[in-house]
Design a protein around this ligand. Structure first.
Ligand SMILES: [Zn+2]
Length: 250
């Protein structure tokens, strides 16, 4: 691989020996990469801001003798997301977005839709938009890109279209059951029509159209719990940052 140039978000940083760092960056053109930055922590390096979590950088890198070890040769900060860093709540949600993205992606798997989603959500998180709403949009669109969206338009058992007010949600089957099929999962729980509508809208509409969608508090809480359980059950992920958000009550 020749010298390459792209843009990406810092997902993780780990110290390497005395003065270097290993950065995990989710790039637009190459997916997730681990890159070594030699001397990044040396005293001569005055600013480390381009290596902070969830910044957007423009990077130049090269591969060491085709060994899948990449070296960062230039790193220019494009967006530090200062508005996000002013609030513990927004920092916590930004940390959640990058943790979730990190957990669902493998090294070198390019996915432009996921990259654009993270970029859109980080930009939305920099406005006055509710961080909870940004997190729900991110979760729903991410599940949709990965092909894991909860099935809500028709019954997961018999495929008939459901009457929203009488449906139940089956976590293990990944979607709604119609009244005739309730017995297929005794653990299925009632679901609000507002929850079904919200998730389907976010999934189907382009980002520009969904960023202002507001919901009643009751629906917001139900959507939050449902997606948390869904991600935990179907992707086997329980993000630590979301536990923190829950504990602190953000
Ligand atoms: Zn059914």
């Amino acid at each position: 691989m020749a010298v390459q140039k792209t843009q990406g978000f810092v997902l993780r940083r780990e110290d390497l020996r005395e003065t270097s760092l290993i950065l995990t960056i989710y790039t637009r053109d190459f997916g997730k990469l681990k890159l070594i930055t030699k001397g990044a922590r040396s005293p001569e390096q005055r600013s480390l801001s381009s290596y902070e979590l969830f910044v957007l950088d423009e990077i130049v890198f090269y591969e060491k003798r085709k060994k899948n070890i990449f070296f960062l040769s230039q790193c220019e900060l494009l967006n530090f997301f200062p508005k996000v860093r002013e609030s513990l709540e927004r920092i916590s949600y930004a940390t959640y977005l990058i943790e979730l993205l990190d957990r669902v992606t493998g090294i070198g798997e390019r996915n432009l839709a996921l990259y654009e989603l993270l970029k859109d959500c980080m930009e939305l998180l920099s406005t006055k938009a509710s961080p909870k709403r940004v997190a729900r949009i991110f979760e729903i669109k991410l599940l949709s890109i990965l092909g894991f969206t909860p099935r809500l338009a028709s019954c997961v058992n018999c495929d008939k279209s459901i009457e929203k007010k009488r449906a139940r949600f089956s976590l293990s089957r990944g979607g709604v059951l119609c009244e005739a099929c309730f017995a297929k999962d005794r653990r299925a729980v009632p679901i609000l029509a507002g929850t079904i509508n919200f998730i389907m809208h976010i999934k189907d509409l382009p980002f520009d159209k969904v960023k202002n969608i507001k919901v009643a508090k009751r629906v917001g809480s139900e959507v939050e719990g449902l997606l948390k359980n869904f991600i935990n059950y179907h992707l086997d992920i329980r993000p630590r940052s979301m536990d923190f958000i829950g504990k602190v009550g953000l």
